[in-house]
Design a protein around this ligand. Structure first.
Ligand SMILES: [Mg+2]
Length: 315
């Protein structure tokens, strides 16, 4: 059995692109680009909560980094450096090799340097801390939404939750939906290019990790506004509606932008090759917080539920 340090050397020590000193010392040294601000975020993934115990290690490696890159996208930041802390029940080399292959595939796709971390024995869980760069004052915050703004969402929210529902036999998906939904669940694609393109365009942004309505609710809370949503093609009832509104695990971006810039946002669809759907508008005041049109088109208040680790809805 190779030692912990041999495993780190073999599977987590790679040539870096923009790092002064990477893996191998007590700390790493990085030099932020001139004039840039650093954006920092951290996320944990715990077996049984964030991933199934028998998750494919390569997919899990990808996802462990991708969900963190997604927070950089939500801030409009260019992701740069990452550290990984891992607790593993055993140092199974073949498993670690596959995990690192997925992790570095994601790092390579987004030009991120893996600069350090820690490993220990224990129930399988991962903690990633990621660092990115943004020009001063251009970070996308949750607190900038204004009455009159459009509300947008990227991609196809609900697919990851539908994929999970399929794996749990709560629904049966046929092709091509099955492959698309399982890919969304196992290999989320963080929207870094969209985040960068929204600098100076969006008034607020968030990534959709706990559910569209729950995460949009964070923008409404931080911006002290409310919203009226009218989501194209949303089924009136059923599991697809539930997954699209509250499923979570999508890692798409929900954002607001002035209605006057609607054309600029729509132009991003072709430029980025990414679906962007206008799902409503921001209204003033804080109550009612979130409304949908009823059968007659009248606004009715809804109370979103999303994933909350300590909430009654957890698990
Ligand atoms: Mg987030």
């Amino acid at each position: 059995m190779p030692s912990e340090f041999a495993l780190i050397d073999r599977y987590f020590r790679r040539r870096t692109r923009h790092t002064v000193l990477g893996v191998g010392d007590d700390g790493a040294i990085v030099r932020p680009s001139a004039g840039m601000e650093l954006v920092v975020s951290t996320d944990m993934l715990v077996s049984g909560t964030h991933f199934l115990p028998d998750a494919d290690p390569e997919d899990l490696g990808w996802k462990t980094l991708a969900v963190n890159v997604s927070d950089m996208a939500a801030m409009g930041a260019q992701p740069r450096w990452v550290v990984l802390a891992a607790a593993l029940p055993a140092a199974t080399e073949s498993w670690i090799e596959k995990f690192s292959r997925g992790f570095f595939a994601c790092a390579d796709q987004f030009g991120i340097d893996v600069i350090g971390g820690d490993t220990t024995k224990g129930p399988r869980n991962f903690c990633v801390t990621i660092f990115g760069e943004v020009p001063p004052g251009q970070a996308l915050l949750r607190s900038g939404a204004q009455a009159g703004d459009d509300v947008w969402v990227s991609g196809h929210v609900g697919r990851a939750a539908l994929g999970l529902a399929h794996l749990q036999s709560r629904i049966v998906l046929e092709e091509p939906d099955r492959s698309e939904c399982l890919a969304a669940l196992h290999r989320p694609q963080p929207r870094v290019a969209l985040g960068l393109a929204l600098r100076g365009l969006a008034t607020a942004a968030i990534d959709v990790s706990d559910g569209l309505l729950a995460d949009l609710g964070h923008i409404l809370d931080e911006s002290h506004v409310s919203a009226h949503l009218d989501i194209p093609g949303l089924p009136p009832t059923g599991i697809e509606r539930e997954c699209r509104l509250s499923g979570g695990d999508d890692y798409e971006l929900a954002f607001t932008a002035p209605a006057a810039l609607r054309g600029e946002v729509e132009a991003l669809v072709e430029r980025l090759g990414l679906a962007l759907t206008r799902i409503g508008s921001i209204t003033s005041g804080v109550s009612p917080r979130l409304t949908f049109p009823d059968a007659d088109g009248n606004p009715v208040e809804i109370h979103p539920s999303g994933y909350d680790h300590f909430g009654s809805g957890a698990n």
